[in-house]
Design a binder for this molecule. Structure first.
Ligand code: C2E
Ligand code: CA
Ligand code: CA
Ligand code: CA
Length: 275
């Protein structure tokens, strides 16, 4: 029994060592992912709630790992944030998203997720300017999605940068609204154009009275503050009915489309146009 126990211990130890090695390997690979051209952007449509026409797309990054295949952002973005690789990745995402969007119709916008670290390292302003300049994309077609975690550090510095970004003509959306350290006072202090309601609320809308109430309140707030509101993670017609009655402005979710490869957007838009 004693020997077996010892073996088990060794087994665990080597498994843990293995996992640590895998993680270090992945961190290393991630630092090279941009140069090796392993990142790709997928795009998910954002739809007008009244006309059902596509207003633009959110860019969602994917990592095509040569060994492990496709790695989802929920897995590697946190890793990139811990290792500092996120700044290089974030700059690439901005450049690539603007480059793609410049080839779409002039009325279509592109939304890009921005990490807190791009603000912390002070790179966001030049990244955005470079992406706009190199693509020729009009600034008012770019929307930056930021999260409430941004306001933990240094709210004054963040406010200054957000104002500078907006003076370029770029729009700012507050992503995952309702999940973070939501303090409604942020809405007074920070210059936003849009709120994106997290999909956990949309998910619960049918059978959770509280989620329903929160959604109604967020939409009323959006009206008063003159912010457009996008509901994320819309998956069925019943959710759409309820949200439309609440006068939600925009929808995004599998009901309309899953994220697509850039190359498939033309066919999607053609279908959308003919519908
Ligand atoms: P997010 O910004 O909240 O993006 C929405 C996520 O919800 C996406 O997952 C999207 O595929 C998924 N989604 C959309 N519609 C539905 C639906 O109807 N049902 C369900 N169940 N899910 C839906 P994805 O692509 O895996 O991205 C996850 C997160 O990774 C994003 O959450 C965002 O926080 C982060 N992320 C993605 N791309 C980037 C990037 O370029 N930079 C940074 N910093 N973060 C990124
Ligand atoms: Ca987002
Ligand atoms: Ca979101
Ligand atoms: Ca999210």
């Amino acid at each position: 029994a004693k020997a077996a126990g010892k073996n088990t211990f060794c087994f665990f130890e080597s498994e843990m060592a293995q996992r640590l090695r895998d993680r270090h390997r992945l961190e290393y690979d991630l630092r090279c992912a941009v140069e090796r051209n392993e990142l790709v952007l997928n795009y998910q449509p954002i739809v007008d709630s009244r006309t059902r026409q596509t207003l633009g797309f959110e860019a969602l990054v994917r990592w095509e790992h040569p060994l492990h295949g496709r790695v989802q952002p929920d897995h590697f973005i946190p890793l990139a944030e811990q290792t500092g690789a996120i700044c290089g990745i974030g700059a690439w995402v901005l450049r690539e998203a603007c480059r793609n969007a410049a080839s779409w119709g002039d009325h279509l916008t592109v939304a890009v997720n921005v990490s807190v670290d791009q603000f912390r390292h002070g790179t966001i302003m030049t990244d955005v300017e470079d992406a706009l300049a190199s693509s020729g994309l009009a600034a008012d077609r770019l929307e930056l999605e930021i999260t409430e975690s941004l306001f933990i550090d240094d709210p004054e510095a963040v406010v200054t940068v957000l104002h500078r970004l907006r003076s370029l003509g770029v729009r700012i959306a507050l992503d995952d609204f309702g999940t973070g350290y939501s303090s409604l006072s942020y809405l007074r202090k920070f210059p936003f154009d849009k709120l994106k309601i997290d999909r956990s609320f949309v998910n619960a809308i049918k059978d959770d009275r509280i989620a329903h109430g929160i959604l109604e309140t967020i939409l009323a707030l959006g009206r008063v503050l003159d912010l457009s509101v996008t509901a994320e993670g819309v998956e069925d017609a019943e959710q759409i009915d309820i949200l439309t009655r609440m006068t939600c402005n925009q929808f995004q979710g599998y009901y309309f489309s899953r994220p697509m490869e850039a190359a498939d957007l033309g066919a999607y838009l053609l279908r959308d146009f003919c519908a």
